[in-house]
Design a binder for this molecule. Structure first.
Ligand code: GLU
Length: 278
């Protein structure tokens, strides 16, 4: 069986211990399986991505001893692919334009008759204010587009989790109640993390997605999009997260745990592996 996996950093900050763990796990699993290890630069959000972070991330990965089997793929090079997928979903009547601002959504979601506001993988679950906007004509540009979850989620989604052999599932009712109408194309940039990750994994031929447990709640969204777009569903491995001494998950802005900081202090790649329990 083929084994193609990837590491997909967003160049919005330095590579830290948590990323190094993810990259090394994916790399080592690919090598053990005589498979392929690919890199993808998730720079779709050009308001936050920076070329100097990208250069530093690639340098840190090489220093850690990782090698990749093709030149890195960059999301900013793939906008026509995302446009085509948005057209496909728009023509199927599954998207609608939304003009709500974050504060409108917060206000609508916390209106007294709505009960406690519910949070999904992308923050507050959208209360549906713009859902009745007409979906005719060409796909609107320069506006946020949301997925009509009720219309999109017709069957239970499921995938195989290879870390523990389980088969997580999510029913259409749960997709609607716990995820809701997520944004698939933003006002300030084309596409979204969910849309691009699904298209990129498919186009890179990824058979095994190895990533942190914090992304597991987004996986049902990805499986649904794979179905809607006629793409294969890979196997998933959501690994443990690296935490600091107080149990808090490391964040990008946690520069104290940046690989660059450890390098500057004289760590070797073997020291880094030891720090993250590898
Ligand atoms: N770019 C994402 C991150 O840095 C990873 C996405 C993924 O592995 O699916 O958290």
């Amino acid at each position: 069986m083929s084994f193609i996996t990837r590491f997909a950093p967003s160049p919005t900050g330095p590579l830290h211990l948590g990323h190094a763990y993810s990259a090394i796990r994916a790399h080592d699993m690919a090598r053990a399986a005589q498979g392929r290890f690919l890199l993808r630069i998730e720079d779709i959000d050009q308001t936050r991505a920076r070329p100097d972070w990208e250069a530093q991330i690639l340098d840190d990965l090489s220093w850690l001893g990782l090698t990749w089997d093709a030149p890195p793929q960059r999301q900013s090079d793939r906008l026509p692919r995302y446009e085509a997928a948005l057209d496909q979903l728009w023509e199927a009547g599954l998207l609608y334009p939304c003009r709500c601002r974050r504060r409108d959504i917060a206000a609508a979601a916390s209106a007294p008759q709505e009960g406690a506001p519910l949070h999904g993988p992308d923050g507050l679950i959208y209360p549906g204010t713009c859902r009745d906007t007409p979906r005719t004509g060409p796909r609107p540009k320069g506006e946020a587009l949301r997925l009509d979850m009720k219309k999109a989620a017709q069957d239970t989604v499921y995938y195989q989790e290879i870390s523990d052999g389980s088969h997580p599932t999510m029913t259409p009712e749960a997709m609607t109640a716990r995820i809701g109408d997520i944004v698939l194309s933003r006002r300030d940039f084309l596409g979204s993390y969910h849309l691009s990750v699904v298209l990129d994994d498919a186009d890179q031929g990824v058979t095994h997605v190895i990533r942190g447990a914090d992304l597991a709640e987004a996986t049902p969204i990805h499986v649904l999009l794979q179905r809607l777009l006629g793409l294969p569903t890979p196997l998933y491995h959501h690994h443990r997260l690296i935490r600091d001494e107080t149990g808090k998950r490391l964040a990008k802005r946690d520069d104290a745990r940046a690989i660059a900081t450890y390098r500057a202090a004289g760590d070797t790649p073997a020291d880094i592996r030891r720090r993250i329990g590898l």
